[in-house]
Design a binder for this molecule. Structure first.
Ligand code: CAA
Length: 296
């Protein structure tokens, strides 16, 4: 079991979706007390079930003992009230990839968290410097970007805003190490490193489908077997969420003003249809039956 970083005992996580519940999971396993919030109790209940199931996968693989699983679960407290973040030393926002929403959350957080608390965002693309401006502590504000599935993926991107101070950066580096993960340091430019490279590749896969170069199956097979990727790009897009992929392409397109980042119209159409991938049961594949089948 890892040891929490001194001075960081209670960690708040805003949002109990696929990233938020994964972040709560890894902090609880590492021995931190976690407060996880969402708008509705049902979402918190669903997140606790997901965490329970994912902890059990780790128990099944002998990565965790049954006692450690129970201890981790007991460290996570769900809440629908941000006022419960009053004892947090670090708060990580993991809401949807919408800048206005994230800013509203940070505006609300500064009213309730202690002055000492570090604020961080799990944004996968939005400027850390810009998000920090709505808080009273841009020097204690960081980007900490986890990969999905959080309990499995080794990497965390760390991003400093223009005003982030050195002690905050060093604490966050230590926090990542305490989770048993590796940090890659990225500068604060649109989509940082992983998504600057990954999401245009996914967008290109959607263009490959849109232009009829390959079918869903042949595109995914080509990249899985031809480049040893664990998932094909369309399968991965469904896994990440098509809304998130589109939001990241828009951040790249707007932020870098280069037409090479234009989102594929087919990606836009899937998102407009509400076919957001695994989380809604349909995307490039239909997940509602026994086995996923391509939707076109
Ligand atoms: N929690 C805990 N354990 C998990 C888990 C979870 N959420 N998901 C999978 N596992 C474990 C399983 O128990 C399994 O272990 P065993 O094989 O020993 O049973 C192991 O991980 C492998 O899982 P599966 O057998 O279910 O399936 P798999 O072998 O196909 O692996 C995968 C699943 C790890 C997700 C793999 O397909 C993979 O690495 N895919 C690519 C993921 C990726 O690229 N993620 C980054 C996305 S980009 C991102 O996140 C950034 C962004 O902002 C968009």
């Amino acid at each position: 079991m890892s040891t929490p970083v001194p001075g960081i005992e209670t960690v708040g996580v805003v949002g109990a979706g696929q990233m938020g519940n994964g972040i709560a999971h890894v902090f609880a396993v590492a021995g931190y007390d976690v407060v996880m919030s969402d708008l509705e109790q049902e979402r918190l209940d669903a997140a606790m079930e997901v965490i329970d199931g994912n902890l059990q996968r780790q128990v099944n693989r002998d990565l965790l003992s049954v006692e450690d699983k129970a201890a981790a679960l007991s460290r996570i407290k769900g809440t629908t009230d941000l006022a419960d973040f009053g004892s947090c030393d670090l708060v990580i926002e993991a809401a949807a990839e919408v800048e206005a929403l994230k800013k509203d959350i940070f505006r609300a957080l500064v009213e309730v968290v202690p002055e000492r608390a570090i604020l961080a965002s799990n944004t996968s693309s939005i400027s850390i410097t810009r998000l920090a401006t709505v808080t009273d502590r841009p020097e204690r504000f960081m980007g900490i970007h986890f990969m999905n599935p959080v309990p499995v993926m080794k990497l965390v991107e760390l991003i400093r805003g223009i005003a982030t101070d050195e002690p905050t950066f060093e604490i966050m580096r230590a926090v990542v190490a305490s989770l048993g993960k590796e940090a890659a340091i990225a500068e604060d430019f649109p989509a940082f490193i992983v998504n600057r490279i990954l999401v245009p590749m996914i967008n290109e896969a959607v263009y490959t489908l849109y232009e009829g170069v390959g079918t869903v199956e042949s595109i995914d097979k080509a990249m899985k077997l031809g480049t040893n990727h664990p998932m094909g790009p369309l399968e991965l897009a469904d896994f990440i969420g098509l809304d998130t992929c589109l939001a990241i392409m828009n951040v790249l397109h707007d932020g870098l003003a280069d037409t090479k980042y234009r989102p594929c119209p087919l990606l836009v159409k899937y998102v407009e249809a509400g076919w957001l991938g695994r989380k809604t049961g349909r995307g490039f594949y239909d997940y509602r039956g026994e086995e996923p089948v391509p939707t076109r």
